[in-house]
Write a protein that binds this ligand. Structure first.
Ligand code: FAD
Length: 550
């Protein structure tokens, strides 16, 4: 990672972006664009990546945060998809074992539910087989007694048993950011808060560059490239429209909501995946001091830049949870925060949101613009490989995909045991610094070995010294320029630790103000942006009925 300082990094990067013709320009800094940037840069191609907001600010910070094969896609007979993403889990875990953690999952089977003991057993067996799961990680079926031992919060009424199987969990936005940083280590030039607002063509009507708008200032400028890749997630069709190539298959946006409750309100021992009753299933996943529950899956026609969590979404998730965990008696007042995102799926006639395929597809327009849509977080590496294979072929680059062997920034770690050893070291360091050792897993699972850099800058006597050191780290090393970049995408604090973080927000604002020499008005504007973001994830309006069809 180049040693940029907070004050100079944007102008330096912009100069680098304008100084040459890149082999490939990537539009979008979600997991898809980040994966493509790393794959292309590690094959020796020169890469520019432009993101209109912050990295991972689109769908890639709003998923269920699982690196999973997608058990439910078996029902849709998507064996190819389940096999590919199932196998990818182990690879992504190996590339970042501090960030992609093994997580055992419990599927309770109840009388009258959509899953029977036999179908669950068979489904999980096929799931493990397709993904090549071995040893202790293979599924086991548990009787009601053993199920309740694993999860005492479950209702014993109608309980027939459970399936117990292996998945992985991550932090989607940290995964995206570490990919971006690893791509930078391989020479990619990347910039957030830079929107692509136009495409540039040569005389043969081939796209050869983009027009950018600086989202932090008035400037418009251009970047030249031999190939432009559109990885804009839910906005993929907007770029295709600019290219006048929005024909044939189109995107369909499906909204998914997660809610967060304190662990004390839903003290489950481990992650569970359970029946909602309408043919869908939801996850409840314990993490730090909270449990999050999700997701919904409904057609979305609103603004993908501002997706509300509606009262009906919350009620749906609470009802399902209370049915399986009746001791919790969760109410809307227990919901501390949440998040809502949209899946950029490829539209299929006659199918509902939850029935539509999660497969990815690549479209090459007559202008040469390559667009990629659909897919999953888990499959990011394979999606990138397919896109970069096309790019490399056009450019005559014969290097094979390297990414199965590139440890992500924050590493390297040999395996999960190596990560645990490092957590112990960080615990000792925290104790030496008179800080709570319980922060060590959070620090290591978020920042990996960069936890050491953060602790070196911990200043005794400050209020919230750890949080302040984290803020400084993300400004200096991770292109954080807005307080929300830190509070949301780089630390997950708004989602997972909101009550504890609120009192420290003014201190975070102070650090940003000093680093970027904000005027009092600018500070006010950023403070307002934070309040608005908190409102969006803590207030749940009733859904507005769609206007009657005319
Ligand atoms: P995005 O993350 O949205 O990135 C696109 C980026 O492009 C955005 O950051 C946007 O700002 C930028 N952009 C747009 N227009 C422009 C422009 N003009 N100029 C510059 N930049 C631009 N997958 C899993 O594997 N596991 C899960 O557990 C899982 N759970 C999910 C749960 C929900 C509720 C949802 C919605 C999805 C889930 N997924 C999951 C799917 C996964 O999250 C998505 O497939 C993935 O995040 C999509 O990433 P992306 O990079 O394509 O899109």
């Amino acid at each position: 990672m180049p040693a940029y300082t907070a004050a100079n990094q944007r102008p330096t990067i912009r100069e680098a972006l304008q100084s040459r013709t890149f082999d490939v320009i990537v539009i979008g800094g979600g997991i898809t664009g980040a994966g493509i940037a790393l794959d292309a840069a590690s094959r020796g191609l020169s890469v520019a990546l432009l993101e209109k907001n912050d990295f991972a600010s689109g769908t890639s910070s709003k998923s269920t945060k699982l690196i999973h094969g997608g058990l439910r896609y078996l029902k849709q007979l998507e064996f190819g998809l389940v096999r590919e993403v199932g196998q990818e889990r182990a690879i992504v875990h190996r590339l970042a074992p501090h960030l992609v953690l093994g997580e055992k999952m419990l599927i309770p089977v109840v009388k009258g539910g959509s899953l029977g003991p036999l179908s669950t057993s068979l489904g999980l067996w096929v799931y493990d087989l397709l993904a090549g799961v071995k040893g202790d990680d293979r599924r086991v079926m548990l009787n009601p007694k053993r199920t309740l031992e694993k999860e005492p919060m479950l209702s014993s009424t109608d309980l027939l048993g459970s399936g117990y199987y292996a998945e992985y969990r991550t932090d989607d936005s940290r995964l995206t950011i570490e990919l971006i940083k690893t791509a930078m280590q391989h020479g990619a030039v990347v910039l957030n808060y830079t929107a692509v607002e136009g495409l540039i063509y040569n005389e043969q009507k081939q796209v050869k560059g983009v027009v950018c708008q600086d989202e932090m200032g008035p400037d418009r400028w251009t970047v030249q490239g031999k190939i432009v890749v559109n990885a804009a997630g839910p906005w993929v069709d907007e770029i295709r429209k600019q290219d006048r190539s929005l024909q044939g298959k189109k995107l369909f946006l499906s909204k998914g909501v997660h809610i967060v409750v304190p662990q004390a309100k839903l003290p489950i021992q481990q992650a569970a995946y359970f029946d909602v009753g309408d043919g869908r299933m939801v996850f409840a996943i314990p993490r730090q001091d909270i449990t999050y529950i999700g997701t919904t899956d409904t057609a979305y026609h609103g603004d993908p830049n501002r997706i509300p969590i509606e009262k009906e979404d919350v009620a749906y998730l609470l009802a399902a949870t209370n049915r399986f965990f009746p001791k919790a008696q969760l109410a809307i007042e227990d919901v501390e925060s949440g998040w809502a995102g949209v899946r950029p799926l490829i539209y299929e006639e006659g199918k509902s949101a939850s029935e539509m395929s999660r497969r990815d597809e690549i479209f090459t327009a007559p202008s040469g613009l390559i667009s990629i849509a659909g897919g999953k977080l888990t499959g990011y590496r394979k999606m990138a490989q397919r896109v970069v294979n096309r790019v490399a072929k056009t450019l005559g680059n014969k290097t094979a995909c390297q990414t199965a062997k590139i440890s992500l920034a924050g590493g390297p770690f040999l395996n999960a045991a190596d990560v645990n050893l490092y957590i112990q070291q960080i615990m000792h360091k925290l104790q030496e610094l008179n800080q709570s050792a319980t922060e060590a897993p959070y620090l290591v699972h978020n920042y990996g070995r960069q936890a050491d850099v953060i602790l070196q800058d911990l200043r005794q006597g400050e209020d919230f010294p750890l949080l302040q050191a984290e803020v400084r780290f993300t400004i200096a090393h991770e292109l954080a320029t807005h307080p929300l970049d830190f509070l949301n995408r780089r630390s997950g604090r708004l989602y997972f630790r909101l009550p504890a973080t609120r009192p420290a927000i003014p201190l975070a604002l102070d650090i940003f103000q000093e680093a970027f020499s904000w005027s009092p008005e600018q500070r006010q504007r950023f403070a307002h942006e934070v309040s608005e973001a908190i409102d969006l994830i803590t207030t749940f309006p009733s859904s507005t009925p769609l206007p009657a069809a005319r």
